[in-house]
Design a protein around this ligand. Sequence first.
Ligand code: TXA
Ligand code: MG
Length: 328
Amino acid sequence: MPAGTQEIEKAVEVLRAGGLVAIPTETVYGLAADAEDPEAVGRIFKTKGRPPSHPLIVHIGSAEQLDDWAHDVPDTARLLAERFWPGPLTLVLRRGRRVPLETTGGLETVAIRVPDHPVALELLTAFGGAVAAPSANRFGSVSPTTAEHVRAELGDDVDFILDGGPCGVGVESTIVDVTGATPTVLRPGGVTREDLEAALGHPLAVPSTSPVRVPGQHPSHYAPRARVVLVEPEDLVAEAARHTGEKVGVLLPPPLAGTPIEAHAVVPLPDSLADYARGLFSYLRTLDQQGCDLILATLPPEQGLGLAISNRLRRAAGPRSFPSAPTQ
Ligand code: TXA
Ligand code: MG
C-alpha cells in the first residue's frame, strides 16, 4: 500500500529516535537513518553488514539545500543538479560540516542526491534534515526494488518500511564526482552517460568493464545467491546444455525470444532497456527463489541504460570476496 500521512509521521518519529526506515526511491529502496546522527548511521552499517569505511549517499529534499551539506559547490554541480534533480544522479562534493565522518566513511567528500519519489520527498520535507541511505539489502547482495524485497531480506532488522510501490528506474543512481578538474563518473546508473554529456557539452569517461576503485565498490556486488555467468548470445543455448546437472536460470535477450533452451527457469527479457533496468534485480531474486544454482546472462548494448545494466551484470558475475548473499 502506498504510504499515507500517518506512515510518514511514523517514519519521521523513527528517524528522530535514531532508528532505521526503509524508503522508496525511484532507483531502489534505501535503508535510511538521520545523516547527522553517527549512532543511527552506525546502525545502517551493522544491519547491512557493510564495512564502516564504505561511504553512504546523503539524500536531501531539494537542490536549494545543497550548500547546507556540502561546501565549495562548483558550477558544474549546480548545472547538473538543476538539470537532473530530483532524479537518479548522485554528486560527490566537498563534505559540509553537518555531515559526520561516520556518514562519509571517513572521507572529506560527501555523496548527495535528491530522489525523485513522492514518498521520499514527502518524508524529507517532514523530517527537515537529510537521510543517509544505502540500498536496503545486505552487503553485496541484490538491491531491493519493492517493499516486499526489503521485508524478505531485512525483516525485523529495519524499524519501519515505507511502501512506495515498485521502483520506476530499478538500477541505482549514477554517481558523478565533481570535486576534481573534470567530472568523473564513478558508477553508471539511472541517468545515462548520453544525457550527462548533453548537459555538460563534452564527452565523459565512463567505467563499465573495469572494477571502479572507489571506496565501497567491490568487483562482486549486486550478486544473487546463484552464481552468474556471462556468455555471448550465440553461446547461450550450448552453455545451458553443458550444465544440465545444475538448475540453470537464463536471462533470455530479445533477439533469442522463443529459442528452445534447456533450463530450469527462463526469464524472457523485455525489448526496452528501461523495462529491463526496472526488472533486472527482480529477475535475479526470482531466479534465486526458483532455486537456480547458476544464472546465464548476456550483456546488453552499452548505450543508454544498457551501460548501468551491463555494469550490474558484470559485478554480479564478479569474484566473490565475501560470503554469498543470504537466503530469503
Ligand atoms: O540509487 C541510489 O544511489 C541508491 C538509493 C537508495 O538512493 N543508493 C545506493 O547507495 O545505491 P549504496 O550505498 O548502495 O551505494 C553508494 C555508493 C557506493 O558505491 C559508494 O562507493 C559511493 O556511493 N559513494 C558514497 N560516498 C562517496 C564519496 N564520498 N566518494 C566516492 N563514492 C562515494
Ligand atoms: Mg548498494
